[in-house]
Design a protein around this ligand. Structure first.
Ligand code: PLP
Length: 386
């Protein structure tokens, strides 16, 4: 029998990172000393107090059963407390917060709650690919909204044709941004919230990098803006900010109706995050401010070291204020895949070609600050020799 994939699977974009990964594996086989600045996964361990809390919780048989669908009350209360202390936003933990098995899970599922076949979602481009993929899996149509350098990598909402706006159910945004490292202030969020409320469009703000900020910058929450609770849901993740990518824990907060819609999808497809992980994540949230300061110092040193190397290659990049990414223009207008291969072949450095994040990412490569500073300095020395 011939196995046929559904159209929605066939219409998913090709996984462009696979080619770079294949090339990297080949170099490793040849014995090349690779410096991998491609992955967006912290190289440093989860803090001890989180691991201790997990061990303690895992010994309690009450954590071994199915968890509650929308998340334990204690975890959601801790998330509400964190949002209040961090952003001054007061939410009803029961109705306005939902626990996620990592924020990717929630982002991928939310279109299923609100998008009918043929509806549009407005997706930034370049972007974390899951906004478009979740839309496609819900039989919706992702509409690319370009993030251009001249607009500070923010979407120009006035450029979206009105017939598309009319057929759109959601707008995805993400600041601090992956892959561009751009940040956004409350004025921009207000413009987005007004756009959502005026056009009946749900605003999905992905705030996965809110705690990865430098030089005294503090990223806001969209929920701080008046009117946000009528049209917004904001995704938070413990993955990057508490070095917990493998633990699969995050949460979403915002309008009770939007949270309930996402909850309805989740109730039917998963059974919640492991309770012991939720209890451990409370320890992470409680210590998040001190841990953020510690991590920021480390990433800041790495960032500054990398920028020296890029300058040596003739690439001037504005110092990113947030995220652990550096979004660098490709010199000489070469395709980004070709340039990433050049860095790998000539210097053993892995960087992610910008086009992997969408066609408007062409002309850039993304470097992740996920290697120790000594390795980044080594990468810089190699760049200087190029
Ligand atoms: N959002 C953005 C912008 C990301 O870059 C990532 C991970 O790379 C995620 C969400 C998903 O994070 P997690 O599912 O680990 O919470």
């Amino acid at each position: 029998m011939t196995i046929k994939y559904a159209d929605r699977i066939n219409s998913l974009p090709p996984y462009l990172f696979a080619e770079v990964d294949r090339a990297k594996q080949q170099k490793l086989k040849e014995g090349v000393d690779i410096i991998d600045l491609g992955v967006g996964d912290p190289d440093l361990p989860t803090p001890e107090y989180v691991i201790d809390a997990l061990c303690k919780a895992a010994h309690d048989p009450e954590t071994h059963q199915y968890p509650s669908y929308s998340g334990s009350t204690v975890f959601r209360d801790a998330a509400a407390e964190w949002l209040k202390n961090r952003f001054g936003v007061k939410l009803d933990a029961e109705k306005e917060i939902i626990t996620l098995i990592g924020s990717k899970e929630g982002i991928a599922h939310i279109p299923a709650a609100f998008v009918n076949p043929g509806d549009y979602t407005l997706c930034p481009n370049p972007a974390y690919p899951v906004y478009g993929i979740g839309t496609t899996l819900a039989d919706g149509k992702p509409y690319d909204v370009p993030l251009l350098a001249e607009n500070g990598f923010k979407p120009d909402l006035s450029s979206i044709p009105s017939d598309i706006v009319k057929k759109s159910r959601m707008l995805f945004i993400n600041y601090p941004n992956n892959p561009t490292a751009a940040t956004a202030g409350k004025e921009f969020f207000k413009e987005v919230v007004d756009f959502g409320n005026d056009n009946g469009i749900i605003i999905v703000h992905d705030n996965a990098y809110s705690e990865m900020t430098y030089d005294g910058y503090r990223a806001p929450s969209i929920l701080e803006v008046p009117g946000a609770m009528d049209c917004c849901i904001e995704f938070h993740s413990l993955s990057k900010t508490s070095n917990m990518t493998g633990w699969r824990i995050g949460f979403a907060a915002g309008s009770a109706d939007i949270v309930a819609g996402l909850g309805k999808v989740k109730m039917n497809v998963d059974s919640g995050a492991f309770l012991a992980v939720q209890l451990a994540a409370i320890a992470a949230l409680k210590n998040s401010e001190a841990f953020k300061q510690k991590m920021s110092r480390i990433y800041q040193e790495r960032r500054d070291a990398l920028l020296v190397g890029l300058k040596a290659l003739g690439i001037e990049v504005e110092k990113p204020k947030a995220t652990f990414y550096v979004w660098a223009p490709v010199p000489g207008k070469r395709p980004s895949i070709e340039y990433a291969k050049y860095l790998l072949d000539k210097a053993g450095i892995v960087a992610t070609p910008g086009v992997g994040f969408g066609k408007y990412g062409e002309g850039y490569v993304r470097f992740s600050l996920t290697r120790p500073v000594e390795r980044i300095r080594e990468a810089v020395e190699r760049m200087k020799k190029l």
